[in-house]
Each structure stands twice: as C-alpha cells, then as structure tokens.
Design a protein around this ligand. Structure first.
Ligand code: FES
Ligand SMILES: [Fe+2]
Length: 410
C-alpha cells in the first residue's frame, strides 16, 4: 500500500498509477540525500565526461521527421563538440552524417536547407545525400585512394513517435529498450502524426543540467511561475513516480484536458483517438539526458537541451500539432488566435525558467556554494542525479570524483 510520502503529490492511491504509486526505495533515498555539488555545473572535466558518457553514448533526440519531409531536406545539429547533418536521403531514409569532411575535417554545411549533394567548401569534395564520396578533384595520383573508403561517418538513427534520435555508438541498444513503460503513457497522444508549427531557440548562460533539472521538478512552480502556471496548474496536482525504470522519468499533472491557453483549456481541436488516460492529465516526461516532452490534448511542446560549453547551453523548444490542425490553422482565424495565445503563454513561462536558470548558474559559481537537500517535490530530480552518478561520475578520475559520486546520505 502506498503511503503519503510515496509520491510528491497528495494523491498516491490513484489506481491509474498502478505500481508507480507505491512507496519505494528511491523516494526514501531522495529524502536522505544531498544534491550534486556546485562544481558539477562548471567543471571542465565533468563536462567532458558528460559529453563522452551521455551525449556520445546515449540516444539523443535531435528533432522531428517533419523537419525533413522531402528527399534532400536537411538540418544540422551541434551536440557538444560534434555536429551532425540530419538528412532525408534519396531512398527517403533519415540519416545522420557527422558534419566532418573526410579530407581534412571541414564541416560541410550549416543551418538547414535542401540539397542534392553536400559539397565541402574547402577543397570541393562532393558527397551524396547517403554520405558516399562522389567527387574529389586532383586525387588521381594519390596512392591507393579509393572514394569508397571515404564516405561520411554516420551516427545511428532511430525514429520514435515522429522524433529523430541519434546515437554515436556502433551498436547501441534499441531505443525502445531504453524507455520501458513509457509507451503506455504517451500512446493516446498520436505523437507520430504531429507536425511542428512553432520553433524557439534560446542561448543561455547556464550548464545544460541546470535547465533540465528545472524541468524535472515542480517545486519551483508556485514561485517562479506564480502568476502564470501556478493559478492554472497548482502544485498539489503534480505527481512524480520515483520507481519508474530509467533512463526516463515523468511528472504527471493531474489536470484533465490541460493545454497552454491562459485558462489551461484547450483552444485547438482535440487530438483524435485520445485515450481516457491522456484526457485525464498531462505527462511531462524526460528521456535522459535531455529530451523533455509535454504532450497535451491538442498539441505537444518539447525541449532539446544541448551543451555548448560547461556553462552555456542551447535550448530548442518546439510546438507540434496534428497535421489536420496544422492545415486548418492556415485559414481559420479563431484557431490562429488560439495558437497565438499558446505562443504568448509559452514564451512567458519559458522566459521565467530561463531567467531563474541563469541566476542559479551564478549562485553555483560561488566559492561558498555547497550541496543542498531534496524536497518531496524533487524525487525525479534525485533519480536523475542518481543516474548521472552511476553512469557518468563514477567513471571520473579520483581528482574530480571525490564529492560528485555517491548520493551522500546525511
Ligand atoms: S576539407 Fe573538405 S575537401 Fe578538403
Ligand atoms: Fe518552470
């Protein structure tokens, strides 16, 4: 039987949550542990370790298939020190090439666009959309040179509910195996058939984890979003499930048919085929380390948080709607007004999160800053930290790891 401290909300017995409503060891450990030390948010050694162990060794969401609808459509994405070209090739497959010329490593393209081939700006080597080297001038006398040996290097690609995930490893586990149990929470939202209608990009002076951590706890809502989100979705309605199998997690907002209007009521057509569960509230889920997704009854907002340095980040935020809604939006003034209200509200609360993230980074730089404690509203944050400790920080050299590893109990 669940007990009150088994979830962060006040409704742990809700039968919809099944096993997730049970009190578990993770919740107890959270309440006995300290948070990560401040240097985890600015140390270069820790940052490098996160790149290697997380961003180059986990499935990373880079966008959606509707960003590359036709053959030749591409976009580039910077992930730490790497850059990839995500492209729909001539066989209509989505590929991810490392954006590094096989001659002398110049990046081939920037931004997004449509191409028939990729030509290196430095010495003109030409690659097909599938990454094969097709043209290389002045190379006839180079001994043993065979264009077949100089294709672009590839990252693995998986498509999942319309999202594009890449993995830099050679034989990664299937993505579905990395998110056990998530499917049942999101299956009612028809994510697969949604298209992007709005994009935002933010460059922030904060460590990438600062931004992700703000998402995985609802504790800040009454303070940071006092006049924006708190009146619509007040703190007691949020629940976390600290026994969910990693590497994913979720906060559930117990607000039926919640969306992003000023009142929380949906203003766009409801998604067809919504299940009873998906109409009963909003899951804010994270696929570790940095894919943050909020399916609603009429749209989906998601964030991608990319590290650009130990204390700088790029945050991409997108809003998606079903294809039918996107088509209707072209001519329906009422729907356009609804969407505009969503944009304004989203921009307002995101600005609040962005501001607090930058502030927190400054505090983390204090020479006197030390680890803190978790509230019962931060179980998912604890779990996330615990996972980082196991998967990243336990591999650090002794000089860096001393006070990062081990959820120190107090
Ligand atoms: S670096 Fe690309 S052609 Fe030389
Ligand atoms: Fe927030």
């Amino acid at each position: 039987m669940a007990t009150k401290e088994g979830t962060s909300g006040e409704n742990p017995h809700d039968p919809r949550f099944g096993q997730f409503g049970q009190l578990g060891a993770n919740a107890r450990r959270a309440l006995e542990s300290e948070t990560l030390p401040p240097h985890a948010y600015w140390s270069t050694a820790i940052y490098q370790s996160e790149l290697e162990r997380l961003f180059f060794n986990q499935w990373i969401c880079v966008g959606r298939v509707d960003e590359v609808p036709s053959v030749g459509d591409f976009f580039t994405r910077a992930i730490g020190t790497e850059s990839v070209i995500v492209v729909r090739d001539s066989a209509s497959s989505v590929r991810a090439h490392l954006n590094v010329c096989r001659h002398r490593a110049c990046p081939l393209v920037e931004g997004r666009g449509t191409a028939t081939a990729f030509k290196c700006p430095y010495h003109g080597w030409l690659y097909t959309l599938s990454g094969e080297l097709r043209g290389a001038a002045e190379m006839q006398r180079t001994v043993g040179f065979d264009k077949k040996d100089y294709s672009l290097l590839q990252a693995q690609v998986e498509l999942w509910h319309g999202f594009i995930f890449i993995h830099f490893g050679k034989a990664p586990p299937p993505l579905a195996a990395c998110v056990p149990g998530l499917q049942e929470w999101i299956s009612g939202f028809d994510l697969e058939n949604q298209v992007t209608i709005r994009e935002w990009e933010y460059r922030l002076d904060c460590n990438w984890k600062v931004y992700v951590e703000n998402y995985v706890e609802e504790y800040h809502v009454p303070f940071v979003h006092r006049e924006t989100l708190e009146p619509i979705m007040p703190l007691p309605g949020w629940h976390t499930y600290p026994e969910i199998a990693e590497p994913w997690g979720m906060i559930w907002g117990d607000y039926p048919k919640l969306s992003w209007s000023s009142t929380g009521k949906p203003l766009l057509p409801l998604i067809k085929g919504l299940t009873e569960r998906s109409q009963s509230g909003m899951p804010l889920f994270i696929v570790y380390p940095m894919f943050l997704c909020m399916p609603a009854v009429d749209c989906t907002a998601y964030y991608l948080v990319f590290p650009t340095g130990p204390e700088t980040s790029q945050v991409l935020l997108r809003l998606c709607v079903p294809q039918d809604t996107a088509a209707a939006l072209k001519s329906d003034a009422e729907l356009q007004a609804g969407a505009a209200e969503y944009y304004r509200n989203i921009e307002t609360f995101v600005a609040e999160d962005n501001e607090i993230a930058k502030k927190q980074q400054r505090g983390l730089r204090s020479r006197r800053a030390v680890p803190g404690r978790y509230s019962k509203r931060e179980f998912l944050l604890f779990k996330y930290h615990d996972w980082l400790r196991q998967h990243v920080y336990s591999h650090l050299g002794s000089a860096e790891r001393s006070d990062v590893i081990g959820a120190k109990e107090v």
